[in-house]
Design a protein around this ligand. Structure first.
Ligand code: TNX
Length: 511
């Protein structure tokens, strides 16, 4: 190293300010030092090799740098070539790294050091680094192009350990590639969970080998009369692995006992006498279908379904839905949730359900997802259950932005970009505090959208705000400051060919 250092040319960087860079989510602490690191072809990436997952993070960074800048940086390559500058991704046991996703980023003239306890922390850290790499190189500082990265120190950690978005692939089916593109963007903004709503009245979207009609019959429809579709288990595993490569956990949901028309259409014995007779449904109604909570065969069926999905879902959670079972007798609903919780636990998963499940006597380890009822959220907290906060009025990506929005619903109100950002999960329900909260989620229901472009219209830019709500401390949340950083996401969104709603509330940094 000493030998290399003497050969290095001195570059006179213009004064930089790391704290003024448009990072989202905003890091916990940023201390600028005014100089810069010049990323160029002479930069090499090295990683700790004690954990192979760190090297993988290094390769991920190298690939992204290549697509952004064209530079091809070696990772842990032993070549003797002149080493000008170094990015080192280091596994560290420092006590300052308090959570698995915490990281420290030290950017100096000659080196960038990224410290993290786990590969997940390192992965979050390289997202910050990627956000700091400018789209355009500076070609005047030296005889070759340099991508100027402001120097300084970033110490960062998430507010919540669960930061999620949900895709409803049931009302309209989305292809594996469409889901992967969404995962890429979630990863860039440090989400760590993708919830997949895999079944509903209009369609069943995951192959179950022991019950093939679920997809043969139940998978062939969607809202509006399209052809539907489903993921084979191989395709689902491919999504799960793609997400895992980005340190994102997939939470599968089979919604029940309501929202089950497509399942009961496939296997009529599941149908509950008080529910509407199953038929192909392409409308947007809710609350008319139900499984029969009194039949043992329903639970043997669910043991198979949950077992098959659990076996290919490495994450700790299984989401049972549980919302809007309007035709299920309350006693049947409660019996059903309590029995299904046992099945989920038998398959070594923790149950998650929409807030209605708090009416049953659930395990304190089960998780309740607040979408609608503050009462249910308080019941859950009383029970010792953690909450995922996703109130429809603030966090539903399928709510229209305003009266002229092209897609979306508005039963919970309009959610302009500032309204989606300007709230605090910790104070949203009186009586619920940080200790009760596992994290937040922004669900995207798909009644009104049927392809990737429309999906992105509703998700972007609002999803970027939920990334910050889930990660950054509450005292960092400031719309005026955020909207400037949001505007600066345009080059990323354009480079990734992500469609977004160009809200008038934001002064977009367009060319
Ligand atoms: C309510 S949110 C639902 C969904 C709909 C959504 C549309 C929830 C748990 N249930 O079935 O798709 O509204 O916004």
């Amino acid at each position: 190293m000493a030998a290399c250092q003497t050969e290095k040319e001195e570059i006179n960087f213009p004064k930089t300010d790391l704290s003024n860079m448009p990072m989202i989510p905003k890091p916990l602490k940023t201390i600028p030092t005014g100089s810069a690191f010049g990323l160029d072809a002479g930069t090499a990436i090295y990683t700790s090799t004690t954990d192979p997952a760190f090297e993988k993070v290094g390769r991920f960074l190298s690939e992204n740098i290549k697509s952004k800048t064209g530079l091809e940086l070696g990772v842990n390559s032993s070549s003797e070539a002149k080493l000008e500058r170094l990015i080192y991704i280091n596994q560290s046991d420092s006590v300052d790294l308090e959570t698995p996703e915490s990281y420290q980023l030290y950017i100096k003239k000659d080196s960038i050091l990224l410290n993290a306890k786990t590969a997940a922390g390192a992965f979050r850290g390289i997202q910050t680094l990627q956000q700091l790499i400018p789209t355009k190189s500076n070609d005047t500082l030296t005889d070759h192009p340099l991508w100027v990265i402001p120097s300084g120190k970033i110490t960062d950690a998430p507010k919540y350990g669960y930061r999620s978005s949900m895709l409803d692939v049931a009302r309209h089916f989305f292809t594996v590639d469409e889901v992967k593109k969404y995962i890429d963007a979630l990863a860039y903004y440090k989400f760590n969970t993708l919830h997949l709503h895999l079944s509903d009245d209009q369609g069943w979207r995951i192959e179950i080998k022991s019950w093939p009609k679920l997809t043969e019959v139940g998978g062939a429809s969607e809202v509006g009369g399209g052809e539907g579709g489903f993921y084979t288990q191989e395709e689902y595993k491919d999504i799960v692995a793609y997400a895992a490569d980005r340190h994102i956990t997939v939470v599968p949901e089979i919604d029940m006992p309501g929202h089950t028309n497509s399942a009961s259409l496939s296997y009529p014995f599941l149908h509950y006498a008080g529910a509407e007779t199953p038929r192909v449904r392409t409308d947007m109604k809710v609350g008319y279908s139900s499984f029969d909570a009194q039949k043992d065969t329903v639970y043997s069926f669910l043991d198979d379904v949950i077992g098959e999905i659990a076996a290919i879902s490495p994450g700790p959670y299984f989401h049972i839905g549980g919302d809007e079972s309007h035709v299920t007798k309350k006693s049947d609903y409660i019996l059903f949730v309590e029995k299904v919780e046992k099945i989920v636990q038998k398959h070594n998963k923790r149950m998650v359900g929409w807030d209605e499940i708090a009416q049953a006597d659930i395990d304190s380890k089960s998780i309740v997802q607040l979408w609608n009822s503050a009462d249910n959220a308080l019941k859950a907290a009383d029970n010792g259950s953690k909450l995922i906060v996703s109130p429809a009025k603030k966090a539903y990506l399928d709510m229209k932005y305003d009266s002229i929005s092209e897609f979306g619903l508005h039963w919970a109100g309009y959610i302009p970009v500032d309204v989606g950002y300007n709230w605090d999960p910790e104070t949203y329900v009186e009586g619920i505090s940080k200790e009760n909260i596992l994290g937040i989620e922004a669900p995207l229901w798909s009644e009104t959208i049927s392809n990737g472009t429309e999906l992105e219209y509703l998700a972007f830019p609002r999803i970027i705000g939920y990334a910050e709500l889930g990660w950054s401390p509450s005292d960092h949340l400031d719309w005026e400051d955020y909207k400037v950083r949001l505007a600066a996401q345009v080059p990323y969104l354009e480079a990734m060919q992500i469609n977004y709603y160009p809200s008038k509330l934001v002064d977009w940094n367009k060319e």
